[in-house]
Write a protein that binds this ligand. Structure first.
Ligand code: MG
Ligand code: MG
Length: 263
């Protein structure tokens, strides 16, 4: 049974294991998308690939129909940050940077994960941006531990993003309007997880919580706009963005990355 602490859903060990099964479906879907994400492929094709993997696993694509979203993945190309709608007419080209976000429900449990993919050969700047975003995500995940406060994660994400920027000789925008979230029987649950801020604030993390950690960095401004389709979020200045995400559970032994591929 679910218990609740301060509005955050607590999962039993068995329920976390059920979430791992859902997370593995998402990992497989993203692996298949990664394999197909080449110049000449459309984001609509990638969506079909993801949906097939999810349905073949007996799971349901959680994005499809979510507040009316029409697809199983978000495909956010170049200056699109998140929530891009895949399309058969959006064809990938050499040098594109594509963020793919995917979610699945298995036996009532959710997994949510995102990767940023280089299409063919991308510029060194784009590669560094994606690597910095992924490194920020892992720094955040490292803090998804019982006893920490929520914003210890936020602070770790921000610190890693800033040190990557320094190392890369770049100035990365850290998107503040969107962030991570609790996850379990729903995709988006309490608490909202900011990607920057002071440590030591927010709810105390406990064994049985699950949180999606998902930094979004840009090569320029951190300001965003929503397109007329009422979904696609783009950078205000047209700079490119990257987005990485994993669903992570808090166990007695530390963070368990539920959407990581089987090793
Ligand atoms: Mg996601
Ligand atoms: Mg998410």
């Amino acid at each position: 049974m679910l218990r609740r602490g301060k509005g955050i859903e607590l999962k039993s060990r068995g329920e976390i294991e059920a979430m791992r099964a859902a997370g593995l479906v998402v990992a497989r879907a993203l692996a298949a998308v990664t394999e197909h994400a080449k110049p000449g492929a459309s984001t609509g094709e990638l969506d079909a690939v993801a949906e097939q993997v999810i349905r073949d696993a007996g799971a349901v694509p959680s994005f499809k129909g979510y507040h009316g979203f029409p697809a199983s993945i978000c495909a956010s190309l170049n200056e699109k940050v998140v929530h891009g709608i895949p399309s058969r007419t959006e064809v990938l080209a050499e040098g594109d940077l594509l963020s793919v976000d995917c979610g699945a429900i298995l036996e009532g449990w959710h997994g949510d994960s995102a990767v940023t993919l280089a299409i063919g050969e991308v510029s060194a700047k784009d590669r560094a941006l994606s690597a910095a975003t992924e490194a920020s995500m892992w720094a955040g995940i490292e803090q998804v531990r019982a006893g920490n406060r929520l914003t210890d994660i936020s602070h770790a994400v921000e610190t890693a993003a800033r040190s990557a920027a320094q190392a890369d000789g770049a100035e990365y925008g850290i998107i503040a309007e969107y962030g991570g979230h609790g996850i379990g029987t729903q995709m988006h649950m309490e608490p909202f997880l900011p990607n920057l801020g002071k440590p030591g604030k927010g709810p105390r993390l406990r064994v049985g919580m699950a949180i999606a950690v998902e930094p979004m960095l840009t090569l320029g401004s951190a300001e965003t706009e929503e397109l007329d389709d009422a979904w696609t979020v783009v950078t205000e200045d047209g700079s490119r963005a990257a987005h990485w995400e994993h669903t992570v559970a808090i166990t007695e032994d530390g963070p368990w990355v539920l959407t990581a591929a089987e090793d």
